[in-house]
Design a protein around this ligand. Structure first.
Ligand code: C2E
Ligand code: MG
Ligand code: MG
Ligand code: MG
Length: 277
């Protein structure tokens, strides 16, 4: 009997095609061992004051160099790690790696670490973050946790955890802001300090009113709510200039620096911030 395309819910196997579930399972199995095999690394992308070029902080970004397949993009493996729960130990490891670079970054600059929805749902998340801070000796005020909007919708426990972390001095950034599903009214109740303007909106900045519409609205909203903004994915001088004229003076993107190894980060800080060292 031949398996016809989807007619009875069969997966149709073709040469060279692997269905998503078994591909995920293979990836998930490898991911479980990635930490032990030393295949994971954390890189750091500077966040800068766009007027002076000074470094204000850095975002920690996870990298996976798979033993057999080579580099795998976070967009491909983080969702898998979310589903299996592997993101919980891995996420805490990223946090530790980030806090370990506080000295390299120096000058009171902040470390920004992505926190996945799955991590936020862990009952021990507040305790775990505070313990990592205590072990590292880094003041809570130098840590920013980045959470996507969609992670916060309808998650009372997650929001309570964020309130608690903020009460300890940790700052909260809403990542990829504008791409999620939260209502604007909802935002006014969120425990957060920073809105990260998604790079899809930054890419639209072309000098036109239409191109600037979403960024203008986000900056306005942030000002009203007393929040700061960070533009993601700044690639050109024109975008940087337009962002400044719109009132967003903090940026992150290839124009300033790509994600860097800890050694590269040290060099970047020394070059760009001579007086502060
Ligand atoms: P994100 O948190 O929004 O991070 C910004 C992404 O934009 C990074 O991609 C960064 O390399 C990329 N980027 C920075 N500047 C530019 C630019 O000028 N142009 C363009 N085109 N891209 C730029 P990356 O490192 O591939 O990470 C993708 C996503 O994976 C992150 O998006 C984040 O959601 C997730 N991720 C990465 N590391 C972690 C982690 O440790 N934990 C969790 N939970 N998620 C992570
Ligand atoms: Mg982020
Ligand atoms: Mg982002
Ligand atoms: Mg993003």
């Amino acid at each position: 009997q031949s398996k016809r395309a989807g007619s009875h819910g069969f997966t149709v196997y073709q040469p060279g095609m692997v269905d998503r579930r078994s591909a995920d399972a293979a990836l998930a199995g490898d991911l479980d061992q990635a930490l032990d095999r030393d295949e994971l690394a954390v890189v750091f992308q500077p966040i800068v004051d766009t007027a002076s070029g000074r470094t204000l902080g850095a975002e920690a970004l996870l990298r996976w160099e798979h033993g057999a397949r080579g580099p795998i993009r976070p967009d491909a493996f983080i969702p898998v790690a979310e589903r299996t729960g592997a993101i919980i130990p891995i996420g805490l490891w990223v946090l530790e790696q980030a806090l370990a670079q506080a000295g390299t970054l120096g000058g009171g600059r902040y470390l920004s670490v992505n926190l996945s929805p799955r991590q936020l749902r862990e009952p021990t998340i507040v305790r775990d973050v505070l313990a990592a801070l205590a072990r590292s000796g880094v003041p809570a005020g130098r840590l920013v946790l980045e959470i996507t909007e969609s992670a916060l919708v309808d998650d009372g426990n997650g929001i309570a955890a964020l309130h608690e972390l903020r009460a300890h001095g940790v700052r909260i950034a809403v990542d990829d802001f504008g791409t999620g599903f939260s209502s604007l009214q909802y935002l006014t109740r969120l425990p957060c300090d920073i809105l990260k303007i998604d790079r899809s909106f930054v890419a639209e900045l072309d000098g036109s009113t239409e191109g600037a519409a979403v960024t203008t609205a986000i900056v306005y909203l942030a000002n009203v709510l007393g929040l700061r903004t960070i533009a993601e994915g700044v690639e050109t001088r024109e975008q940087a200039a337009e962002l400044r004229s719109l009132g967003c003076e903090t940026g992150q993107g290839y124009l300033y620096a790509k994600p860097l190894s800890p050694a590269g980060l040290a060099e970047h800080v020394k070059e760009r911030n001579p007086a502060v060292q």
